[in-house]
Design a protein around this ligand. Structure first.
Ligand code: DC
Length: 227
């Protein structure tokens, strides 16, 4: 029997992470936050002082990507992420780590090194995979493919709210500029650029609440999974 896979792709701040987690809980499926893998690799390469010499140290960086020691552990306060036994849950979500991840994600060899790790998440009872290229590259066989987008301004405002809730002091203009730069890099890169799959269901969440988006998604997924 093939494992049921739901992919959610889209730009940063579209609400993908929240909705993917809600869907995984609703369907009782496994959850893959593929962005976290790129963030973890960025963090690891930065700690090893390799982030500014990715091209010249590519073989070493690929080996690190393949053997990256990471753990996702469920806890009361949410999933805790460990990199080489160090809890990096907070560090993972910062803008700086997002920038590191985006750099790493633009290198085809590093993307390739993370593919089998992502495939390993596709096990029973099913998978919700959150990312940029889940439907177009990693899981083209997925039964339900969603592309969730929103205007850069509304995504920046949401990100500011999220970071402020974490106690971080941030300015909307800085966040907006980061989002626009990252969108451009993610959409223009030659390998696995951010774009909807041909058969994706596209949702613009700019004017919708989380619950409204969730209802649209489950209606679509239920119909696809019933086939
Ligand atoms: O979703 P996120 O903000 O955690 O992603 C961090 C970076 O990783 C972002 O710049 C895009 C990149 N990424 C990617 O290229 N492919 C994925 N499947 C997931 C994330």
């Amino acid at each position: 029997m093939t494992v049921k896979i739901i992919t959610i792709d889209g730009p940063s701040g579209s609400g993908k992470g929240t909705l993917a987690a809600k869907l995984a809980e609703y369907y009782q499926y496994n959850l893959l936050d593929s962005g976290a893998l790129y963030r973890l690799l960025g963090l690891s390469l930065s700690q090893k002082k390799l982030i500014d010499c990715l091209d010249s140290s590519l073989d070493q960086c690929v080996s690190i990507a393949i053997s990256l020691e990471i753990q996702f552990i469920a806890a009361k306060q949410g999933i805790q992420v460990y990199l080489e036994n160090e809890n990096v849950t907070q560090a993972l979500r910062t803008e700086t780590t997002g920038e590191l991840a985006s750099k790493v994600a633009s290198i085809p060899e590093l993307r390739a090194a993370l593919v089998s790790r992502q495939h390993a998440f596709a096990v029973e009872p099913g998978l919700v995979a959150d990312g940029r290229d889940m439907a177009t590259s990693i899981f083209p066989e997925a039964q339900a493919k969603i592309y969730l987008t929103a205007s850069a301004e509304s995504r920046a405002q949401r990100r500011v709210n999220q970071l402020q809730e974490m106690g971080l002091d941030v300015k909307i203009n800085d966040i907006l500029a980061n989002i626009q730069a990252r969108d451009k890099r993610d959409m223009e890169r030659t390998v696995a650029p951010l774009k909807p799959a041909q058969d994706a269901y596209i949702i613009d969440s700019s004017e919708l609440s989380i619950n409204e988006v969730f209802d649209l998604m489950t209606a679509y997924i239920d119909q696809k999974l019933a086939k």
